[in-house]
Write a protein that binds this ligand. Structure first.
Ligand SMILES: [Fe+2]
Ligand SMILES: [Fe+2]
Length: 308
């Protein structure tokens, strides 16, 4: 078989694989999708004495500042940190919706692959409304990812390459997934944040399959690979740093600068981030997107152990 024939067979196989995956994901979406406006009880009041996420996932957990907080303040901090993460979720989902639209724009709309991209955009649209409703329900500010991330997102959503689109997506979706899986399974937490997490986890599992397969389909040469690694490292660093907006600390009487510094040097928070990211770092590694070029950035983001 000639080189041309061989590459044609590979391309045909890729088209078939894409089609098959997308058909499966479309069938699953038709069977199980949610309408957060109806499937979440927005009229329910928060239950007193319940955390909004497991306390061990909070950025100050285990620090001296944490020891000084009352139980009530700790619960309050959990509410603000969940709201901050939801705000980052909206920021990234809005970026992702535009990246997926760019992906669909250049392709045949009659393929299941493009129809699933459009279905995913519809999912993300409902998720962003759901997160926004949750932030309002909590009665806390929409913290957002901070000014710098917001402005970088403006460029990224317009210029991202294939690997950056699906690598960045995998990272954000997987760390949120790991965080929300624990949240939805913990019966001691607020029922509303558990239900929001459950809806998100179920619908995101399809998005993760779609992004993972797209990532593995692209073969990168050595120079291009380095460039993409560097970019993925920067995305990981920026999104991880943005998760907890320092303004949340003011809600429990802690100076935002003091809170940010305590979180930055908190080994427990670092271990939680490494744990949440462990699966996705493995997937990125398999796709050739972890290497010398970005390991230092991943360590700086606190998602890779020092010795790794
Ligand atoms: Fe989502
Ligand atoms: Fe998603």
């Amino acid at each position: 078989m000639s080189v041309i024939q061989r590459s044609r067979t590979g391309a045909d196989r890729q088209v078939r694989d894409r089609q098959r995956t997308a058909e499966r994901l479309l069938a699953s979406s038709a069977k199980l999708s949610f309408d957060p406006l109806k499937d979440v009880d927005w009229s329910a009041a928060p239950l007193p004495g319940r955390y909004y996420c497991p306390p061990r996932h909070l950025s100050l957990y285990g620090t001296e500042l944490w020891e000084r907080l009352t139980e009530e303040q700790r619960i309050e901090l959990s509410k603000h940190e969940v709201a901050s993460i939801a705000g980052v979720g909206i920021w990234f989902e809005e970026i992702l919706m535009q990246m997926l639209l760019r992906h669909a724009f250049d392709r045949d709309p009659t393929t299941a692959h493009v129809q699933y991209a459009l279905t995913e955009i519809a999912d993300e649209c409902r998720h962003s409304v759901m997160f926004a409703r949750m932030i309002s329900w909590m009665g806390v500010p929409a913290y957002g990812p901070g000014r710098l991330s917001h402005e970088l997102g403006r460029i990224f959503k317009a210029t991202s390459t294939h690997s950056q689109t699906f690598g960045g997506t995998m990272y954000v979706e997987e760390i949120l997934d790991a965080f929300q899986r624990e949240l939805m399974n913990d019966e001691s937490l607020q029922p509303l944040t558990r239900q929001v997490s459950r809806i998100h986890v179920i619908e995101e599992s399809r998005h993760i399959s779609y992004a993972r397969e797209e990532l593995q389909r692209v073969h990168l040469g050595p120079v291009r690979r380095r460039w993409e690694q560097l970019f993925i490292g920067l995305i990981v660093l920026r999104t991880t740093k943005s998760l907890i907006n320092p303004r949340v600390y003011a809600a429990v009487g802690i100076d935002p600068r003091v809170g940010r510094e305590a979180a930055r040097t908190n080994p427990h928070w670092r271990a939680v981030k490494t744990e949440l990211a462990s699966k996705v770092i493995g997937v990125l590694d398999q796709a050739g997107l972890v290497g010398r070029t970005n390991r230092w950035l991943l360590r700086r983001a606190g998602v890779l152990a020092a010795a790794a």
